[in-house]
Structure formats: C-alpha cells, structure tokens
Design a protein around this ligand. Structure first.
Ligand SMILES: [Zn+2]
Length: 427
C-alpha cells in the first residue's frame, strides 16, 4: 500500500498520528465507590482510569498506577454508576395543550435547534445514551451527526428517524394519507434506514396522545407488521412498536418485533410470550401515573388528554407489575425528555423509582436504566457498565442506588466518553 503513497503524504499521516497522540487525555476518578451492577460488593475508595474516551483500569486506590500527567477528578465518598440510558425520548416532543399552540408553526430549522438544546439537557440528568423512537423532519439525524463530530455536546443517540404511522392511526392527521400496506411501509422503513436510522418505529395500536384509534385496537395488519420487521432486520435495523394492545402485541411478537413501547393494556399471557421470545418492554410509566400529573397540568394539557391518561394509568400500572413478576426484559424509557422536571426530580429518575414501587429491586431498576438498554440496543460491548474497554460514560450519585433507588435524584458528576459535563462532586 505505502509504496503507492507519495512521500509528502506519509509525512502528513505521521503528523496526524502524532497530533492524535498528543490529544489523547488521561483522567482518573478517585475516591468513589464503584457500584457492581451484577450485584457484587461495591469497590470502595476506587480509582477509575480513563484513557481518551474509554476506561483503561478500575481498582483500589494504590493498586492502579495513575500517570503523572493524568487529570484527577475527585469523587470522594460518591457512588459511581454507568451513564444512564433512556430508551424512549422524543427530542422534538410536542404534547397537546399550551405547548402545541405555542409551537403550531414551528419550522424544521427551529425544531432542530429545540432538539439540540433538549439533547444537551439529557446529560445533566445523568443520561448519556438515548433512543429516539420517532421524530419529525430528521432534525434528530442532524443533532446526532453534530454530537458525533464533536461540534456540539449531548448523549449518544440511536434513532428511528421518522415513525411509520398508517392513515387514520395513532400519530396520523385527520384527512392526510400515511404509509399503508406492506409496500409503502417497507419503502418508508428503507428511507429512514438510508438516513441513518438504526431502529424503525411502527405505531400498531392507538395511544393516549391522539384520537387515532383506541389504545386496545390492533390497527396495523399482520401483513404490514411482518413486512416492516422483515425489511428492517435485513438491514440490521431493529424494530420498536408502539402498542397498548394485547392483540396487536401478539402479532408483533410473532413477527419478531424487538421492543414493545408503553404496553398499556397487555395481559399476563402476552407478557409471558414476550418473556419467552425475549421481546423488550419499554414501559414509559411516568406518562400515566399520579405523581407525574403536575407535569401535564403545567404544560396545559387539555381535559380530554388528562382523562385519557388517568383512565389508562391503572391498567398500565397493573401491566408493569405483571411484567416485573414474569421477568420480562425491561429497558427504561419515559416518553418525556430525560431531564423533564417531575415530582421533585426528573423523568428518568422518577421512572426508575416507579419500577421499584412496582416490584423491582433497586438493583434491577438500576440495570433497567443501564446495562439492559445497552443489551436492547446491541451496544453492550461499548456501554452499559463500568468495565475496562468500554466508553467512560460515568455518573456519580451521593448514595448507594442499589440500597435506595432515590439516589438517582442526586446526580453529582456526569462524564460521557471521558469528558466531564457536570461536576458537583463537592456539593
Ligand atoms: Zn413516544
């Protein structure tokens, strides 16, 4: 190879290599307790060494060699957990009410800017990875690219691009046509994948936020669901299905859908089937529970929306309890911005707290916010736990979250890829 390269080019390459080495940074987080998300004893008074973007060593203080030029991040007495992951976020979310009225004529450019600001906010909530199951106008892809280039800071983004709605269904608009039938849906799925979507989002039943069909109604046909799943999987993309319906979910699970979103009315039988098939559930329980009602009042949700939300809440809660009992794979997601103020904390921390209230141990809830989403994304080799070789996506909290999940309410330090974005370590 090299004999085809002119000498000048070799020089340029050598200089590039040298400057890359000079840029590499070493940091050491010192003095914290490292939580073992596999349930083992925490490592106290630890050193976590970070070379550039990844963790290079974890051990007791005194047992890890800290290079002389390493930047020391003091986290004395704090508890380190993996950066959290929120698997159901819409950066451009608009909910019915005052917000919808205020943003009625939002241009795609203005939407992209709002999405960028919302992405940055996720980091402050300790969320270093998000999955976007359905946005508009592809601002998500622009934000993702800007973050990956390093032009802007925000969480790691896995996106489904625009969601696939059917005419008259959830997410559609009265009188307008959307993708219908296997061929149109396959085409739309491929378009999103070609723009960089690693997930495809289908809306297979009704939902809370629109009047497009009842929540329990299986609106998308088995032929349509099967076609999308087959087309997506051929490209290595995964499929998320918005579903509150047992009937629709039954078809989706058979078709090989990777995750069921919300799952409002799912019964024990279908949850058992999901457990057997390894289908993921992303509960988004904050959207329907009493403790988070002030959020909806604050954004001026109309009466019909609050009614629909409250009437769904009891079934949704029972479903979550049953899913936990049955051991269904659960990955945390909120359907609100990760950082959205809720019940004295943010949506992500409150969602995890709800999981414990519904029957998970604190450790299970912490896993649902870290390693489980990483597994759902197929990214567990890079993120989801604090291990040598993985990205240094690290959050520090002030107490042990495996004893009390409310520890997630007090985020002290947020690091993503070795860079510190929030540091209240000595608060
Ligand atoms: Zn959603």
């Amino acid at each position: 190879m090299s004999k085809h390269l002119p000498k000048a080019w070799l020089l340029v390459l050598a200089q590039l290599f040298a400057s890359a080495l000079a840029l590499a940074e070493t940091r050491a987080i010192v003095g914290a307790n490292v939580v073992d998300i596999d349930g083992g004893k925490p490592l106290s008074d630890a050193v976590v060494l970070i070379d550039d973007e990844r963790i290079s060593a974890i051990g007791k203080r005194g047992e890890v060699d800290i290079p002389a030029d390493a930047e020391i991040v003091n986290a004395e007495g704090l508890w380190l957990i993996p950066g959290m992951m929120n698997m159901h976020v819409h950066l451009g979310l608009i909910l019915p009410g005052k917000m919808q009225a205020a943003l009625a004529n939002e241009s795609p450019e203005a939407l992209s800017l709002r999405m960028m600001v919302n992405a940055r906010g996720a980091l402050d909530a300790g969320v270093t990875t998000i999955r976007l199951p359905g946005e508009h106008a592809h601002g998500d892809m622009a934000v993702k690219a800007a973050i990956e280039r390093g032009d802007y800071v925000g969480p790691r983004i896995f996106s489904a691009g625009e969601y696939l709605a059917i005419t008259g269904g959830h997410g559609s608009e009265a009188g307008k046509t959307f993708a219908d039938g296997p061929y149109e849906l396959i085409k739309k799925a491929r378009q999103e994948i070609s723009r960089g979507a690693s997930w495809v989002k289908i809306l297979i039943s009704g939902g809370i936020a629109t009047d497009g069909g009842g929540i329990a109604q299986p609106l998308m046909t088995p032929e349509e669901i099967n076609a999308v799943v087959d087309a997506a999987h051929r490209f290595g993309a995964r499929v998320a299905a918005h579903s509150g319906s047992t009937l629709a979910t039954d078809v989706a699970v058979d078709a090989g859908v990777d995750s069921i979103e919300h799952g409002y009315f799912l019964d024990r039988k279908i949850l058992r089937k999901m457990k057997k098939q390894g289908t993921w559930l992303v509960p988004t329980i904050v959207v329907s529970q009493p403790a988070t009602e002030p959020f909806f009042t604050r954004i001026g949700s109309p009466h019909w929306y609050l009614e629909r939300r409250n009437s769904t809440g009891k079934e949704h809660w029972k479903m979550l309890q049953t899913a936990i009992e049955e051991g269904v794979n659960i990955a945390l997601g909120t359907d609100q911005l990760p950082q959205e103020p809720n019940d004295g904390t943010n949506a992500t921390a409150r969602e995890a707290q709800y999981y414990v209230e519904a029957g998970m141990t604190p450790l299970q809830a912490l896993r649902a916010a870290t390693i489980e989403p990483a597994r759902m994304l197929g990214a567990e080799a890079d993120i989801g736990s604090l291990e040598v070789g993985k990205y240094a996506d690290i959050v520090a909290v002030s107490s042990d979250p495996t004893r009390d999940i409310k520890a997630l309410r007090d985020i002290r330090l947020v690091m993503k890829g070795g860079d510190v974005f929030l540091n209240n370590a000595s608060k």
